[in-house]
Design a protein around this ligand. Structure first.
Ligand code: NAP
Length: 315
């Protein structure tokens, strides 16, 4: 088996670009304490920090008042998942229509896919089980996160930058299109059932395990703010304990990475495009995890020093 033979296409370049931006931001954050700061670079540093931080890691940032104009509530994270459920549900319905009713995608969608894959082609002639499964799992993931935002997480008055908000909104739209781009290099033949192989099962099992880990971690964070009755008692940030928090500061970020790896496995590990998405999530979550880890270490004197930021025993 070999990686997608289509070569680098527009969507790959986009994901590679985003991954390198997050990697560069991660490196810049790591080296920034060692860079001497003069008056001229102070503004750039503040703007950079304002763009990479959100929520609790932004609260500790000393910044000029005018930058607060660009703040939007971090609780608006739920908009990302609402958009994702709607959009990816819609794309799933189109794919089911194509699979079972042999109906083509709308012209605007086919044209869009032609542009971002750089190849003028109809849908892959045979419906791909991998595509259907990834679309389904993406919808399940988005719906679970939406419900967690609505009914589990307890948000404080944390903020994010409007640029981060716009990125989050666009992210799930592009992600859905990326699944359909990966479909175009699908190699499955025969009926959906006959395409089923052990990689679909392995990816599915990892997806379930990672989703449970993420849910457990989100629930443990919520419990730091609620009493036994479930009523909110505080909006303070506390040291998390239990579950994988004993190993890392942000197990929910590690779970996020595993979820994307699981989808890559469902694609048979063959989609270069999807591995670039995984790389983007890796650097994105590494940056957020490192910021959170640094905050915990600086804020809590007795913070367990064996914990890593987000990948157990590694990072
Ligand atoms: N795929 C991607 O590109 C991507 C990007 C970003 C996030 N995500 C995923 O989205 C999920 C949420 O991410 P996030 O960055 O919002 O997580 P987060 O900052 O840990 O926040 C999750 C929830 O826990 C609360 N919380 C966080 N730390 C706490 C503490 N020490 N004490 C008490 N409550 C605390 C937060 O409240 P506050 O309102 O006070 O923050 C929020 O309600 C994660 O699973 C992450 O993997 C994915």
């Amino acid at each position: 088996m070999e990686l997608s033979s289509v070569g680098w296409i527009v969507i790959d370049i986009l994901w590679a670009f985003l991954a390198s931006c997050f990697f560069a931001a991660f490196c810049a954050h790591k080296i920034s304490p060692h860079v001497p700061r003069g008056h001229e670079t102070r503004g750039v540093h503040m703007l950079f920090q304002d763009l990479i931080r959100y929520g609790k890691t932004k609260q500790s940032l000393k910044r000029d008042d005018w930058l607060r104009v660009f703040d939007v509530p971090k609780r608006w994270f739920l908009h990302f998942y609402a958009i994702s459920v709607g959009w990816n549900g819609f794309l799933l319905a189109l794919y089911l229509n194509f699979t079972y009713q042999h109906q083509s995608y709308p012209v605007w969608l086919s044209s869009l896919l032609d542009i971002i894959t750089g190849v003028q082609r109809n849908e892959s002639p045979v419906p791909q089980l991998s595509t259907l499964l990834v679309q389904l799992l993406l919808c399940v993931h988005s719906l679970r996160r939406l419900l967690e935002c609505l009914f589990v997480s307890v948000f404080s008055d944390g903020a994010m930058h409007v640029v981060q908000y716009a990125f989050g909104l666009g992210y799930y739209i592009v992600l859905g299109l990326t699944v359909l781009c990966s479909d175009r290099v699908g190699k499955g033949t025969g009926t959906l059932l006959s395409q089923l192989d052990w990689l679909h099962v392995a990816g599915f099992v990892l997806f379930i395990g990672a989703s449970l880990l993420q849910h457990q971690s989100i629930a443990l964070l919520a419990r730091l703010r609620t009493g036994k009755s479930g009523a909110v008692e505080t909006l303070a940030h506390r040291v998390p304990h239990g579950g994988w928090f004993e190993l890392v500061s942000c197990p929910h970020y590690f779970a996020e990475l595993l979820i994307y790896v699981s989808l890559s496995i469902v694609f048979g590990g063959l989609s270069l495009t999807w591995w670039l998405v995984v790389l983007c999530v890796l650097f994105n979550q590494a940056l957020a995890g490192q910021l959170c880890h640094d905050l915990y270490i600086s804020k809590y004197e007795l913070y367990p020093n064996h914990r890593r930021a987000f990948i157990p025993y590694v990072l």
